[in-house]
Design a protein around this ligand. Structure first.
Ligand SMILES: Cc1cc2nc3c(=O)[nH]c(=O)nc-3n(C[C@H](O)[C@H](O)[C@H](O)COP(=O)(O)OP(=O)(O)OC[C@H]3O[C@@H](n4cnc5c(N)ncnc54)[C@H](O)[C@@H]3O)c2cc1C
Length: 326
């Protein structure tokens, strides 16, 4: 273990590609490590990823702990957790951060339990205060207050929302170490997340999102939004009520307890614009709303609005786009 305070970032990879959230975490990790006068490391588990590991150095890491084995091609919770817990015990990082993605959330909670430490989930800010304490900031009480949280146990673990931190510019002159670690494989594989699951919607990266809310009358009506999304190469999103009704999977949910998104275009169909929904999409470049109620709060932040029935407006949009393309 080094005597310097270490900040460690989990580098998430899917099929050999680093999830951009990991670069954002490295950007923030660099700032934290510098303030603590410590080091910044990253842990990467994958297969044949030595070149990719250098990318983590180019984005701020002083060293990368690389676990190379075919078992890490997909997220294998048991083996990911086992090896990351071993590493955390060995290097005893002061701070350990992961993305608030499906992988990061699943792993973070398991690792924290194994290490007997706390975990602050879904942070939107991380700081070192003037006394050198690590402060984790996250919305609380439906986003009405920002809680500032300090953890007594070590490592201080946090998951961080996507697109709230800034990555550093890629710098190929940056120097760092790639440290290959011995992989320990657990005897039985309890959970393998299959490729089909990884291919599930990644709404946080979508450039165009067509979202539906409680203004939809039934689950099948999401197919209307999917038709429009298909034409625009968009991703279908949702407010919480359709998710709670089981009409669409949670991965599609936008908002305080769902995903934070920042697409170029966000089209809200039959969504009133509650503060919890806005918390997840207000940073979108262009917001368009379709709602029968002219006083719906969504119109206050919308750049363009259609006061009308989505069941009339969406088919018209589809028809218009098809006609223009023809
Ligand atoms: C702790 C907590 C976390 C939450 N997290 C989230 C979250 O992550 N995401 C989220 O979305 N919500 C979240 N919520 C729920 C939130 O408070 C709202 O209940 C929810 O956002 C409302 O969804 P909605 O706009 O689809 O429904 P409603 O508020 O019921 O609005 C439906 C809208 O559809 C319009 N409408 C009806 N028929 C039509 C039609 N035919 N054409 C056009 N418009 C029509 C209506 O005028 C209305 O404005 C959370 C709540 C809590 C307490």
């Amino acid at each position: 273990m080094s005597t310097k305070k270490e900040v460690m970032v989990f580098a998430e990879q899917h099929e050999g590609e680093i999830n951009p959230i990991s670069y954002e975490l490295l950007g923030k990790g660099r700032e934290l490590a510098d303030k603590l006068e410590g080091g910044l490391s990253s842990v990467l588990l994958g297969h044949k990823m030595a070149d990719v590991a250098m990318e983590l150095v180019y984005h701020g890491a002083d060293r990368v702990y690389l676990y190379d084995d075919a078992v890490f091609r997909d997220l294998n919770l048991l083996n990911y957790k086992h090896n990351m817990v071993r590493l955390a015990r060995e290097i005893e990082p002061e701070i350990f951060i992961l993305g608030a993605t499906h992988w990061g959330r699943s792993l973070g909670a398991r690792i924290a339990v194994a290490l007997g430490t706390g975990l602050t989930a879904d942070c939107t800010g991380l700081e070192i205060d003037r006394n050198g304490n690590f402060v984790q900031i996250r919305p609380a009480f439906s986003g009405n207050v920002l809680a500032h949280i300090r953890t007594k146990t070590r490592p201080q673990m946090a998951t961080v929302r996507y697109k709230v931190m800034k990555s550093l510019p890629r710098d190929i002159n940056r120097k760092g170490e790639i440290i290959r670690k011995n992989v320990e494989i657990m005897p039985s594989l309890l959970t393998i997340v299959r490729k089909e699951r990884l291919d599930e919607v990644n709404i946080a990266d979508a450039e165009v999102i067509i979202s539906g809310g409680a203004g939809l009358k039934k689950a099948e009506d999401f197919s209307l939004l999917a038709d429009l999304a298909g034409l625009l190469e968009a991703t279908v999103g949702s407010s919480r009520p359709p998710v709670d009704s089981g009409w669409i999977k949670k991965e599609h949910q936008v908002g305080f307890s769902g995903n934070t998104v920042k697409p170029k275009i966000y089209l809200a169909c039959g969504i009133s614009g509650s503060s919890q929904h806005l918390a997840g999409m207000r940073e979108s470049d262009v917001i368009i709303a379709i709602n029968t109620d002219p006083s719906a709060p969504i119109f206050k932040i919308a750049d363009y609005g259609i006061v009308g029935d989505l069941y009339e407006a969406v088919p018209k949009l589809i028809e218009r786009i098809k006609r223009c393309r023809a």
